[in-house]
Design a protein around this ligand. Structure first.
Ligand code: SAH
Ligand code: DHB
Ligand code: MG
Length: 289
C-alpha cells in the first residue's frame, strides 16, 4: 500500500509516492527536484534496494521523529552545493543517466563526493580502490583527483550498474583511469590480491554493509602504511546504536566500526552527518606500520 507524502522546503516542492517504511528515501527524492518554478512536482515510486529496506525499519521503529529536520538539512545542502560546487556537466549527466536507468538514488551527495575528491587530493592518492560503484558518481569525483598516471579500481556486483557507470565514466573522460570489475567484491578483492594489484593509497568502502568487516580485512591486505580507508553509511539514522540488532546491515556496520577502533594497525574516527542523504556518517582510518 502506498502513502502520499507532500514534502516542502524553501526551494523545492514535491509529491512523493512512498511506502511508509521507505521514508528515508524522501530525502533522496527531494534532493533530485529542480527549483520551484521549473518543476512543481515529481513522482517517485521510491524503488528500494534490499539494503535500504533492511536499513530503514529499525531506525523508523526506534526513532520515528528522526526525519523532522530533513527539509532543513536538504535546504542547507542545496545552499552548500550551489555555493561550493560548480555546475558540472559530466556529474549532472551521470545523475540523469542513473535515474533514467532506474538505479537507486543512493550515491553520495555532491558535497560528500567533493569531500572524497578533496581527501584524495590532499593525500595525493595515485591508486584508489572503491567497493560499490553504482552509477559511478563517487567514482567520477574520486578519479578526478588522480594524476594522469593514476588508477582507480571500482568493484560492482550488478552488471547493469556497472554498464551505466562505464558510460558515465566515459562521458566524464575518465575511462583510461578507471577499471570497473564486475562481480561479488569478495571475489574481486581476492583477485586483486592474487594479481599483486596493490597497494592502494585510498580505499572507499560503499557496497553491501553486512560485508564491511570482511572488506576492512581486505582493505588492510591491499594497503600500505599510510593508506586511507573511508567507509560510508556508518550511522544510518542512528540504527548503529542497537547492540542487539538482528539486522545484518546494523550488526555489520557496528562490527566494522568496532574493528576500526580495535585493529592494531588502524587509527580511525567517524563523523555523523546530516544532509540531503538524511542522517548518516563516514568513518575514516589510516593504516599504520
Ligand atoms: N559509491 C556509489 C554508491 C554505491 S551503492 C556512489 O556513491 O555513487 C552500493 C553499490 O554496491 C550498489 O551498486 C550495489 O549493487 C553494490 N554492491 C552490493 N553488494 C555488492 C557486492 N557483494 N559486491 C560488489 N558490489 C556490491
Ligand atoms: C544505501 C546504500 C548506500 O551506500 C548509501 O550511501 C545510502 C543508502 C542503501 O542501500 O539504502
Ligand atoms: Mg553509501
Amino acid at each position: 500500500m502506498n502513502t502520499q507524502i507532500a514534502a516542502r522546503s524553501a526551494t523545492t516542492a514535491a509529491i512523493v509516492v512512498c511506502t511508509p517504511l521507505d521514508f528515508g528515501h524522501l530525502a533522496m527524492t527531494i534532493h533530485r527536484l529542480r527549483p520551484l518554478g521549473e518543476a512543481q512536482a515529481q513522482v517517485s515510486n521510491c524503488t528500494t534496494t534490499g539494503l535500504r529496506t533492511q536499513l530503514a525499519p529499525p531506525a523508523t521503529r526506534h526513532y520515528p521523529h528522526l526525519h523532522m529536520n530533513q527539509d532543513l538539512w536538504t535546504s542547507v545542502d542545496r545552499f552548500l552545493t550551489d555555493t561550493l560546487i560548480h555546475p558540472d556537466q559530466a556529474l549532472d549527466e551521470a545523475m540523469r543517466a542513473n535515474r533514467d536507468a532506474g538505479l537507486p538514488a543512493i550515491d553520495v551527495a555532491p558535497n560528500q563526493g567533493k569531500l572524497l575528491h578533496l581527501v584524495a587530493r590532499i593525500h595525493k592518492a595515485k591508486r584508489i580502490l572503491e567497493v560499490g560503484t553504482l552509477g559511478g558518481y563517487s567514482t567520477i569525483w574520486l578519479a578526478r583527483a588522480l594524476p594522469p598516471d593514476g588508477k582507480l579500481v571500482t568493484l560492482e556486483l550488478n552488471p547493469t550498474h556497472a554498464q551505466v557507470a562505464a558510460a558515465n565514466i566515459n562521458r566524464a573522460g575518465l575511462s583510461s583511469l578507471v577499471d570497473i570489475r564486475v562481480g561479488p567484491a569478495l571475489e574481486s578483492l581476492a583477485s586483486l590480491h592474487e594479481e599483486h594489484a596493490f597497494p592502494f593509497d585510498l580505499i572507499f568502502l560503499d557496497a553491501d554493509k553486512p560485508n564491511n568487516p570482511v572488506y576492512l580485512e581486505w582493505a588492510i591486505k591491499l594497503s600500505r602504511p599510510g593508506t586511507v580507508i573511508i567507509g560510508d553509511n556508518v550511522i544510518r539514522d542512528g540504527a548503529i546504536l542497537d547492540p542487539n540488532s538482528t539486522d545484518p546491515v546494523v550488526s555489520g556496520t557496528r562490527t566494522f566500526v568496532e574493528r576500526l577502533g580495535t585493529h592494531p594497525r588502524l587509527d580511525a574516527t567517524a563523523l555523523q552527518t546530516v544532509g540531503s542523504r538524511g542522517y548518516d556518517g563516514f568513518a575514516i582510518a589510516i593504516v599504520n606500520e
